[in-house]
Design a protein around this ligand. Structure first.
Ligand SMILES: [Zn+2]
Length: 476
């Protein structure tokens, strides 16, 4: 299964919509599939962040911007779904959650016997022209993955059925099914589309069940093992790897934390050490003892991420008190950072989990999370440089070994071990992604060029599929 507690679907809550603001909660019984009935496969047509979302810029970079402002995050739209599936700005297919799962969607309408809006989590799949088999395969797979995840977290049997108003209803069904049962309005989705490619809601149930049984092993959330007192750097690396699971993303985040605080969780912004004539330790002690009432509003950066803005310092202080920990406690600050990222900066997290180089991850944290006064190219390079050091130190698999991988050595064989190494159309991370990854294995490189985002250079695959970053390859 693609999604789990550790890797949740992307989130862009559309809290400005009337459905989000006025709907009730429900007891979850199953999952109902829709497709839009309009030829527009892009998510941005329907899904946009709130005007004041903390991660609005980052989310728009992922989704793309709806120039017509006719998305569904407006009070004028009298419908609302729990999620959407379609194309992100880079053309890849993703699911995006837009309402909490237990919020009753305004989705399938009602029939003579009631409505599946009462109990079924609902999502829309963005339709294209209905002739592209590749697009269909991708959205179908993504919808099965999302459904399997929901079945797992809510204990739903994908092949089961439940009672609603005396009607026996399959746990997984589509809008057209709900109409046939007298529990939805007269729509044909998704059955005007799926049979063209040999799929049905019956195959959906089979495919979801197969996904679930293939990953029945319970994932164990690995606890950091390093001693937080003796080696905070390693402790932070292990903690974040356990959460993010992508070394380039962790390194990019850690490089920024280093730039902010030197990775010292009791670090008070240096200018305030002078101005208040106080050490980091004494400041921390005063706050812990409730003897420094100005903590929230003194505008002094504090802690790993140098939290500065009053509302964030207030949240940090309350979080520490709830945990019964010192304001300078490393573990508490990491928990807080993680909570803050999940609650308010989910788009940054998407970048950290998917980044294929440190600079990409570091820039996302710098520009969208830390947002210091100076965000210049020089600062971007410097922070990414800190991150590269952590990557080299802790992620042995990614140490660039460029020996014997120059253009003069061509052709040569390389081994790819990363599972998500992107094939690009050109040389550098600033060129287009082909939409494909290189499956782990051995490949022939026929040409090498320098380009952005790879110290070892870019290698052209003999197959003609495109270029890959040699940083993540070993010559064999
Ligand atoms: Zn529908």
């Amino acid at each position: 299964m693609k999604y789990s507690d550790k890797n949740k679907p992307m989130v862009c809550m559309m809290t400005q919509s009337t459905c989000y603001r006025q709907t009730k909660k429900m007891q979850i019984k199953g999952v109902l599939w829709h497709s839009t009935g309009a030829n527009n496969p892009t998510l941005k047509r329907y899904v946009q962040p709130d005007d004041n979302a903390a991660d609005r810029e980052a989310m728009l970079a992922l989704l793309g911007t709806n120039a017509y402002k006719n998305d569904w995050n407006h009070k004028t739209v009298q419908a609302g779904l729990n999620a959407w599936i379609g194309k992100l700005a880079d053309g890849s297919v993703a699911a995006v959650q837009t309402m909490p799962w237990e919020y009753r969607p305004w989705g399938c309408g009602s029939g003579s016997k009631g409505s599946c809006n009462n109990g079924w989590i609902q999502f829309e799949i963005c339709e294209d022209g209905l002739n592209d088999e590749d697009y269909f395969a991708k959205v179908y797979k993504e919808a099965c993955e999302l459904t399997a995840y929901l079945c797992r977290i809510y204990g739903i049997d994908p092949k089961g059925s439940v009672d609603l108003n005396g009607v026996k209803v399959p746990t997984i069904l589509c809008h057209a099914d709900s109409h046939k049962l007298g529990l939805g309005s007269n729509h044909g989705d998704v059955l005007h589309w799926f049979p063209k490619f040999g799929k049905s809601m019956e195959s959906v149930r089979e495919d979801v069940a197969a996904l679930m049984s293939a990953s029945s092993a319970v994932p164990t959330d690995q606890m950091p093992v390093a001693d937080k007192v003796s080696d905070p750097e390693k402790y932070i690396w292990d903690y974040l790897m356990g959460k993010i699971g992508n070394a380039a993303g962790v390194a990019g985040l850690m490089g920024n934390l280093y730039a902010e605080s030197g990775l010292k969780s009791n670090n008070l912004q240096n200018s305030y050490n002078k101005r208040l004539n106080i050490s980091d330790e004494d400041y921390t002690r005063l706050v812990d003892g409730d003897n420094y009432p100005d903590f929230i509003k003194d505008k002094a950066g504090y802690g790993l991420a140098q939290w500065t803005f009053w509302s964030r310092k207030k949240d940090l202080l309350e979080f520490a008190k709830r945990q019964g920990k010192s304001i300078g406690d490393l573990q508490m600050q990491l928990d807080f950072l993680w909570k803050e990222m999940n609650d308010s900066y989910p788009a940054v997290l998407v970048v950290l989990k998917g980044a294929d180089n440190v600079r990409q991850a570091s820039d996302a944290v710098l520009l969208w999370y830390e947002r210091p006064a100076d965000q210049s190219e020089a600062v971007q390079v410097k922070r990414a440089g800190y991150g590269e050091k952590y990557l080299k130190k802790y992620d042995e698999g990614s140490v660039p070994s460029s020996s014997g991988m120059s253009n003069a050595d061509c052709p040569f064989l390389v081994k790819v071990t990363a599972e998500d190494l992107r094939i690009r159309k050109g040389v550098g991370t600033d060129t287009k992604w082909t939409g494909k990854y290189v499956p782990p294995g051995v490949y022939t490189i026929v040409e090498v060029k320098d380009g952005k985002g790879s110290e070892a250079g870019w290698g052209r695959l003999k197959s003609g599929a495109g270029w890959i970053a040699l940083d993540y390859c070993k010559r064999v």
